[in-house]
Design a protein around this ligand. Sequence first.
Ligand SMILES: [Zn+2]
Length: 406
Amino acid sequence: MHDTTLEKHGNPLMARTDSNAHLADSPNRAYQVCSRCIMDTTDPLIEFDSSGFCNHCNSFRNNLGRLWHPDEQGRRSLERIIEQLRLSGKGRNYDCALGLSGGADSCYVALKAAEWGLRPLVVHVDTGWNSEMAVSNIERLVKHCGFELHTHVVDWEEMKDLQIAYLRSGIANQDVPQDHAIFAGLYNFCIRNGIRSILSGGNTATEGIFPDAWHGNAMDSVNLRAIHRAFGQVRLRHYPTISFWKLYALYPLLLRMRTIRPLNYLPYDRDAAIAELQGACGWKPYGRKHGESQFTKLFQNHYLPQKFGYDKRRPHFSSMIVSGQITRDEAVRKLAEPLYESEELVADIDYLCNKLSISRANYDEFISSPCRSYTEFSNWDSRYRVMKRVQQFVERVTGRRHGVYG
Ligand SMILES: [Zn+2]
């Protein structure tokens, strides 16, 4: 049996505050963990079949053929895509763009793009949270690949104000200010430079499973502005945003922008990819997922499990179990490892407080204040649902997929 208290909470250091416990578990629901992956009832919408398998891994397995092609078919598709990119880039400075965060997935795509002879415009959006290791990894990799790096630095005063507004709001997805700036900055920059194809490190093998109930859409600029209006203090003048119209109509349908996820056409194995990056240019692993961002590291490994009871390792390891990269037993062992060593945790909280000019007491208050849902603020969910229905209808009629942003 795997449904132990240790597995559920990971580490006693991380036991969430009692006042917020109701958000993670329905009071009428007994604790249950999937017998194939390790998703559990911390996802309030999880469903189990009679074999004890959850909707996440069942859906992953049912849709695997459509999403991930680690085989000969994938290899051939990828060759075709690379050829198309080369052709479309003839006579131009770049074949495509590549958003580089410094994380293993996007760095591996950059390494492969160089091997495939592609000439991407490499864009890094600096939101102010890069770890030193991330900066060094990006520099080493770009030099090794012979790429020119375009770095966009987000206005820090605005970014800081937005981060504090999000912390005050008490919602789960505190990564929105970073994620939105990264993607909006990248898409807007590509359009301005006439580039229509973007290589992304997004992949099904390590990210295929994720519970929707844990947070909303990071691209929702209506929600971002509503939260900032309620809790922010400075005006957002330079912070990059993208509207619903641009994201779902103008860019993908009229300007034909598309996101390509090469890792979905490869037998992508994260550990092997990291070893390859290390061998190629001395790239250094972060030790934990998203250690490239000081904020994301603390948010995912402390704020989220402490306040909401959400442990992002669960969906990540579950994806890796179903994609055959680790066994369930290995995942259970890894999940029992502490999310943080106590000294490192204190140092990381200090770093965040200094950077945001807040006190440790402020941070503790953000953790213990009531949990709120992003849906308590204006958002574009209803517009998105209508758009999805239209998109599905068009796809049925034309037989083509248009969901370029997945
Ligand atoms: Zn499952």
